[in-house]
Design a binder for this molecule. Structure first.
Ligand code: ZN
Length: 363
């Protein structure tokens, strides 16, 4: 009997301690709530907790279309192209994300112009079909090859991508286009996408249409981030920058990317060096002293290309989970995974073929 009493007292003490801890914690949490979050709580009933939401994003680097790749998808009997083979082994993974993005480093200027690889790219529209079928949603079009086929190339690329159900980001058909932020919603989280390139290989933007390609300008990007944050919970910025074939980010890359994170970007994805560069976590403190985690991927490498310099056949699929805490009205990067890929090149019936493989290349 005595033993039973003892157990009861101990149990009651534990419950009491837990209750104090829970209330204390709750009080502490509540003290941190923003005015906006208080409104959310009120609208949902005072004691109803708002669940945290997550969204999974995937990003890959450069989708290039060298001349060998162009003809790898040609069916001489039908006279048509099909590039689904490129993505057949990564399709399920890419499709498993809530939103996926890639940099298209070529133009879709149409078959009236010759299809060409480096240095002035023009690829069959079927590469857009293959990207859509692989599960991509957002296609970054701001890169040093955006203007390879001039104004016509930029405009037709945007048109074709849209027709295929993809969202081009980084080039603009009109001035209004430039001012319209691409926002996608998944699991109740709104994400804005912005994209910029360091340049266009010396091809000038038409004087009467300077809005065609978004160029890197820190002040403009910071302003765009601020506008995007009014329309979305999180902002993803794609940068086409860095030193080609350099496996470490430069001081300039780090400086710009970090300033953009401090300026409000939640995730930065980048490519152009054609090789993978290590990423970096950042912890940012907001005006209320709250800390959130952000991430910068300095170069995701080539996703697909026919390049043969060392490491240019390697890339990563960046898998990022963003979490939104509706009570605190905060978005943070909660996990990042860099899934390695490489391009398997082989010959079939005298023709080069290309398939993106998961894992690391074994020499
Ligand atoms: Zn590039």
């Amino acid at each position: 009997m005595k033993k039973f009493l003892k157990i009861t007292i101990v149990t009651a003490a534990i419950i009491f301690i837990l209750a104090v801890f829970k209330n204390g914690y709750f009080w502490l949490g509540k003290a941190l709530l923003t005015e906006k979050a208080e409104n959310v709580r009120e609208s949902l009933g005072q004691n109803q907790l708002v669940e945290k939401r997550t969204v999974t994003l995937m990003a890959v680097g450069d989708v290039m279309m060298h001349v060998g790749q162009i003809w790898s998808g040609y069916d001489s009997e039908k006279g048509s192209f099909d590039y689904s083979e490129f993505f057949c082994e990564v399709k399920d993974l890419i499709s498993s994300a809530d939103l996926s993005m890639a940099n298209l480093e070529t133009t879709l200027a149409g078959n009236k112009e010759k299809f060409t690889g480096y240095p002035r790219f023009n690829s069959p529209d079927e590469i857009a079909d293959a990207l859509k079928e692989a599960g991509f949603d957002i296609i970054f079009t701001a890169n040093n090859h955006s203007l390879d086929r001039g104004e016509k190339g930029v405009l037709r690329t945007i048109k074709v991508l849209r027709e295929k159900g993809l969202t081009p980001v980084g080039t603009n058909e009109t001035k209004e286009d430039l001012e319209t932020v691409a926002v996608k919603e998944a699991n109740g989280i709104k994400i804005a996408f912005l994209a910029y390139t360091y340049g266009t290989n010396g091809i000038p933007l038409p004087k009467d249409k300077p809005f065609l390609v978004n160029l890197i300008d820190e002040e403009i990007i910071l302003q765009d981030i601020r506008s995007a944050k009014e329309k979305a919970d999180a902002v993803v910025v794609y940068l086409h920058f860095g030193q080609e074939y350099s496996r470490q980010p430069s001081a300039e890359q780090r400086n710009l990317a970090q300033n953009l994170i401090i300026g409000g970007a939640d995730l930065i994805v980048a490519s152009h060096p054609h090789v993978v560069q290590p990423g970096e976590w950042l912890e940012v403190e907001d005006a209320m002293g709250r800390l959130t985690k952000k991430y910068i991927a300095y170069s995701l490498g080539n996703f697909i290309s026919a390049q043969s310099f060392p490491h240019t056949d390697e890339g990563v699929i960046l898998k990022v989970t963003l979490e939104k805490d509706p009570e605190l009205n905060l978005v943070s990067v909660v996990s990042v995974e860099e899934i390695p890929t490489w391009v398997h090149k082989y010959k079939e019936k005298g023709r080069m073929k290309y398939v993106i493989k998961l894992g690391r290349k074994t020499q």
